[in-house]
Design a protein around this ligand. Structure first.
Ligand SMILES: [Ca+2]
Length: 343
């Protein structure tokens, strides 16, 4: 059993239990030309559970980029991997002054009993006309860039427009650890406002664990859809579980999200809303409303109130509503978690 920690919040790391161990035919031969000068036998490929993040796309000022950062870490006896990346999305062509701006995001990988072979990053999306610009300038330790592709270059090499960007860095020698900090990806949605994008970012590390060669793949899916959950009538239907979303109170932002969940009388549920601390305190509030839309709980409405967990006894069957609002200037990512309490 593996455990992945997604650093959504500084003080609260959400543990995701990973159960997907994919033995892609033991001892299958992967021809990885350019890595070691010949075929490399991968004894095992482990594909971790996909991390899915939802976000509403920008629309009022379509060409202002919206940075989107994801951080994740993973550890077993074989390998430790942590990485962050930043995706800057625009609806269309970016303003000329923008591309210089993304901040450096780190990737660390280490193998205590073996060595790293390579690191690869791949961005894919089925939507045909979106494209990416890979800003690969950065700091690389024990790594050398072997291939960087984005825009039409990736299409030319892979022959499919679903690959938007690709980076491969090969280890120099046989290092136990590698590090890189790179500038991130500019992503141009190039679509109408009602288009939802599913962007898949795969981080893959090939390594030797002291006995065999292995490959670790972490997929992250970023879902960009229209901001259409801004009223009771547009409330987004959810079930039990976690949902990660973005909210902000900026002038061109997304200051409110509505959700609805079908609950039964005499059910007891727990609701929590956690906030990513990315250096910005944005102070969201959460309202829980009954099927008549009366506020049962207002949480975070009082000054300096700390968000934590609410236990709610459901007194009527129907759609219960959860409203998240950004109360202060700024923005950030929150995790909404609704779960049943066993009676
Ligand atoms: Ca919204």
């Amino acid at each position: 059993m593996f455990c992945l920690r997604v650093n959504i919040i500084n003080n609260c790391k959400v543990a995701l239990v990973l159960s997907v161990l994919v033995p892609v035919s033991l001892f299958a031969v992967f021809k990885m030309s350019g890595l070691v000068g010949g075929p490399l036998t991968i004894a095992e490929t482990t594909t971790l559970d996909t991390i899915t993040w939802n976000r509403e796309r920008p629309y009022l000022y379509p060409n202002i980029p919206r940075p989107y950062t994801v951080n994740a870490s993973y550890m077993t006896d074989d390998i430790t991997l942590s990485f962050g990346f930043e995706l800057n999305t625009c609806v269309g062509d970016p303003p000329s002054e923008w591309l210089a701006g993304p901040s450096l995001r780190p990737l660390n990988a280490s193998v205590p009993k073996g060595f790293i072979v390579s690191v690869e990053l791949t961005l894919k999306e089925a939507y045909p006309t979106s494209h990416a610009s890979f800003e690969w300038d950065g700091n690389y330790e024990n790594l050398t860039l072997r291939k960087v592709l984005s825009g039409s270059n990736s299409f030319a090499v892979f022959g499919t427009k679903s690959v938007k960007a690709y980076l491969k860095a090969s280890a120099i020698g046989q290092p136990r650890g590698v590090y890189m900090a790179w500038q991130g990806v500019a992503y141009f949605l190039c679509s109408q406002y009602n288009q939802t994008h599913h962007i898949m970012i795969e981080t893959a590390v090939t390594y030797f664990n002291g006995t065999v060669y292995k490959r670790l793949v972490q997929p992250v899916e970023l879902v960009y859809g229209p901001d259409h959950n801004n009223s009771f009538e547009e409330a987004e239907e959810i079930g039990f579980g976690q949902r990660t979303a973005y909210i902000d109170n900026d002038v061109n932002g997304d200051p409110v999200d509505y959700y609805k969940i079908w609950l039964h009388e005499r059910q007891t549920v727990q609701v929590s809303s956690l906030v990513e601390d990315s250096g910005v305190v944005f102070g969201p509030s959460m309202f829980i409303c009954d099927p008549e839309r009366n506020v049962e709980v207002c949480w975070g409405c009082r000054q300096n109130e700390t968000l934590s967990q609410i236990t709610l006894n459901i007194n009527q069957t129907g759609w219960w509503y959860i409203k998240i609002t950004g109360e202060k200037i700024g923005g950030g990512i929150y995790v909404l978690d609704v779960s049943p309490v066993q009676g």
